[in-house]
Design a protein around this ligand. Structure first.
Ligand SMILES: [Fe+2]
Ligand SMILES: [Fe+2]
Length: 274
């Protein structure tokens, strides 16, 4: 089972077209079982940004089942603050251009993939004393976790259970910031959902790790970005995930000065449930 994981494309001014085109060429020629896009497809929810994002998503869909969730930059938070205006209205543009379903579930041979929307804008449960996090911090509510838990419980035995959320579920090494308002407790929620692998982004710094939480072992694939807004001058990147019955390996593909993505390192984790 081979899955490509990309995040934070931010189509618009900060997007790097050469990197996007190189990734599109990779997707066009490689055999993939699924493609995961973990949010922030636009920069400011502009139509022109979503138009290009939609082209990218359609190209992915033409090659493999594609799971895409919104990020905080895809959420017009100013239209739905504290519940006013309606929750789904914040995703009108995203739903018009990308997908009407902001929490898709897909099953491919060997994997059950569940997307949860962690971009909630400004709600009572996302309020924070850190002003710069006010419109940025993510949340996943109890009902959402329950949906993932149900989907994973119904998955055939042996399936890799893949959870997709936008916000980083580990604290960023360079940013020192958690993506979710629940911080480290988000990892326990993920473990209780039954996920084996989490695909996330948001931090603009790649981070691939195996972590233990809630008496489970979880592989975390945090994808970087393909914009000029990487952290610490890191190169643009995305992740390629291979899984079989025994192990999950996550390869990091980084942009090279010569103008191509190259595999720079691979992390391999044994598959286990505790
Ligand atoms: Fe982002
Ligand atoms: Fe984000």
């Amino acid at each position: 089972m081979r899955l490509l994981h990309v995040s934070d494309l931010h189509f618009g001014r900060s997007s790097v077209p050469a990197q996007v085109e190189a990734l599109e060429a990779f997707i066009a020629r490689e055999s993939l079982d699924a493609i995961v896009i973990s949010g922030d497809l636009s920069q400011r929810t502009r139509r022109s940004e979503f138009e290009r994002a939609a082209v990218f998503v359609r190209r992915c869909e033409s090659r493999a089942p594609t799971v895409v969730v919104p990020g905080n930059h895809d959420c017009a938070w100013w239209t739905g603050m504290l519940g006013a205006g309606g929750f789904y209205s914040m995703f009108n543009r995203y739903r018009e251009y990308i997908r009407s379903d902001i929490e898709p579930q897909v099953r491919v041979e060997g994997a059950t993939i569940v997307g949860l929307n962690s971009a909630h804008g400004i709600q009572t449960y996302t309020l924070t004393t850190r002003p710069r996090d006010l419109t940025v911090v993510g949340a996943v509510l109890r009902g959402q976790w329950a949906r993932a838990r149900t989907a994973f419980a119904m998955a055939p035995p042996g399936d890799l259970r893949v959870l997709v959320v936008h916000h980083n579920v580990l604290r960023g090494k360079l940013s020192n910031r958690w993506g979710l308002a629940s911080r480290e407790f988000g990892l326990v929620d993920i473990a209780h959902s039954g996920a084996d692998l989490v695909c996330c982004g948001h931090d603009h710094e790649e981070r691939i790790e195996g972590v233990s939480a809630g008496r489970r072992h979880i592989v975390v694939s945090t994808a970087g970005t393909m914009t000029d807004r990487t952290r610490g001058g890191r190169p643009g990147s995305w992740n390629l995930i291979d899984a079989d019955a025994k192990q999950v390996s996550v390869a990091l593909y980084e942009w090279q000065p010569a103008g191509a993505f190259m595999r720079s390192r691979t992390s391999t984790f044994a598959r286990r449930t505790s």
